[in-house]
Design a protein around this ligand. Structure first.
Ligand SMILES: *[C@@H]1O[C@H](CO)[C@@H](O)[C@H](O)[C@H]1NC(C)=O
Ligand SMILES: *[C@@H]1O[C@H](CO)[C@@H](O)[C@H](O)[C@H]1NC(C)=O
Ligand SMILES: *[C@@H]1O[C@H](CO)[C@@H](O)[C@H](O)[C@H]1NC(C)=O
Ligand SMILES: *[C@@H]1O[C@H](CO)[C@@H](O)[C@H](O)[C@H]1NC(C)=O
Length: 430
């Protein structure tokens, strides 16, 4: 695989501006943001037209993995075998599999009530009976024993937002069955949730950092801030809690999607006069990617550890994207999108392009879990209205269920188990 060619950085077209907002403008912006959040993440994508998709960047994952292999001259940490280098496991199709799901919702006490769809009355079960089948090869079977044995005396850490939390919980559900009741526990304190397998001296952890960098949305419970601000160069604020992990799985995406330019704080959150610069979403996101790579380079030993980055989890907020009616969304969807070229209408492409650009110019070994396309078919797999609500529903909402359907998060068991099967594959058979 040839390395992708370089091209100009996303910053070239950026419009910088110091913002000291008047209270009126501030209120207006806050209102626009509030509406943006209400009506989905994808009202607009700043500069998206300038980030047209670059086909030459296909198969970045293979590029990263094989260059890593070459550099180390031998096998990666945790590897037990090799995969077919020519097979891109993220290209494939969903096939019906009655032996799924891999576990039952009721068997896994760790699933948060925002994801337990059966408990909250979801009537259909079909969404749980699909397996991901790559075109060129087959995925290895998820082996809980192998995974847990490999984590003996080690720390596995998921860092990111609520979608990464979902993948984290899926991983715990996939593993916990083979651990006796009195030899496991899960505890949350602030931003950190730790699942411990006592006999293995192993932990699987989740750290809440929706932007990876320090932000005004970092409170693990109260983080619904409409006017989001991220502090430049601040990755160590959270990163100091990730040190010593043997496997790290990062994600970040949804929180950047405000539909407006993004506010980057130059100084500190304590400064009285905040020095804020507004940049495009793509530039802000690229900055976070670069910070993440720098953190990995400085803190992770490529001979002993593995680092993953999970790509954007797609939402299904607008039925018109897949040929449905206006004003509808994933609510009442029980089948998947069968157009293999379906991608959706939001900023995924331009963000994917930023990721390609930043990663391809770096030698830091990160394995990219490219779950965006395979998940974008699955409009049937969201929690929709079958979840614990944050606040009681109003009569208007009850009359119009689509108005409060969650088309961002995913039911468990479900599609995020597949993300972990892909992670399993890349970890043990890179
Ligand atoms: C991820 O997969 C999609 C679709 O399969 C592809 O178009 C895109 O280039 C991939 N991204 C990277 C960074 O490899
Ligand atoms: C799972 O992994 C364990 C430990 O490596 C191994 O002994 C076992 O045979 C594997 N099971 C399957 C079904 O492959
Ligand atoms: C348990 O694992 C930690 C790393 O997570 C390690 O530092 C410690 O030495 C281990 N303890 C034992 C008793 O193996
Ligand atoms: C859900 O979709 C089915 C068709 O798939 C339709 O018959 C039914 O009326 C819809 N229910 C609601 C509440 O929209």
């Amino acid at each position: 695989m040839k390395p992708p060619p370089s091209s100009s950085p996303p910053s070239s077209a950026t419009f910088l501006r110091k913002a000291r907002l008047s209270p009126h403008l501030f209120a207006l912006l806050a209102f626009i943001l509030f509406i943006t959040i209400l009506y989905g993440e994808d009202l607009g994508c700043t500069l998206s037209s300038q980030f047209d998709f670059d086909q030459s960047r296909l198969h970045l994952d293979q590029t990263i993995t094989s260059s890593t292999k070459k550099k180390l001259g031998e096998k990666l940490a945790f590897a037990v075998g090799e995969s077919d280098e020519d097979c891109d496991i993220f290209q494939g199709r969903w096939v019906r599999d009655e032996s799924r799901p891999l576990y039952e919702e009721s068997e896994c006490p760790y699933i948060q009530p925002q994801l337990t769809c059966q408990e909250h009355g979801r009537p259909d079960l079909s969404y749980r009976h699909w397996r991901w089948q790559p075109y060129g090869c087959s995925l290895p079977r998820f082996n809980s024993t192998l995974m847990l044995e490999s984590l003996r005396g080690k720390r596995m850490m998921f860092v990111g937002d609520s979608l990464n939390r979902g993948q984290y919980v899926s991983m715990v559900c996939l593993l916990h069955r083979i651990i006796p009741e009195n030899a496991k526990s899960m505890k949350t304190s602030g931003s950190l949730t730790v699942f411990t397998a006592t006999d293995y001296n192993a932990t699987i952890e989740f750290y809440w950092a929706p932007f990876l960098l320090e932000s005004n949305s970092d409170d693990a419970v109260i983080h619904r801030i409409s006017d989001r601000i991220v502090r430049k160069g601040s990755i160590n604020k959270h990163g100091k809690h990730w040190k010593g992990a043997d496997i790290v799985v990062f994600n970040t995406y949804l929180w950047w999607m405000t539909g407006l330019d993004f506010k980057i704080l130059q100084g500190s959150f304590e400064d009285e006069e905040k020095d804020i610069v507004e940049v495009s979403t793509e530039e802000a996101y690229g900055m976070a990617m670069k910070s993440m790579l720098r953190w990995v380079k400085k803190n992770m030993d490529p001979k002993k550890t593995r680092v993953f980055f999970t790509s954007m989890s797609p939402s299904h907020q607008k039925s018109i994207d897949w040929g449905g009616l206006p004003n509808e969304n994933c609510y009442n969807e029980t089948s998947m999108i069968d157009d293999p070229t379906y991608w959706g209408s939001d900023c995924r492409k331009s963000i994917m392009n930023v990721i390609s650009q930043v990663f391809s110019r770096s030698k830091v070994p990160i394995t990219f879990l490219n779950i965006t396309q395979l998940s974008s078919y699955r409009k049937d797999a969201h929690t929709s209205i079958y979840k614990k609500q944050w606040s009681p529903l109003t009569p208007q909402q009850i009359a119009n269920p689509a108005s409060y359907a969650d088309c961002v998060h995913w039911c468990l068991p479900g599609i995020q188990d597949t993300w972990n099967e892909l992670l399993f594959s890349k970890l043990f058979y890179p």
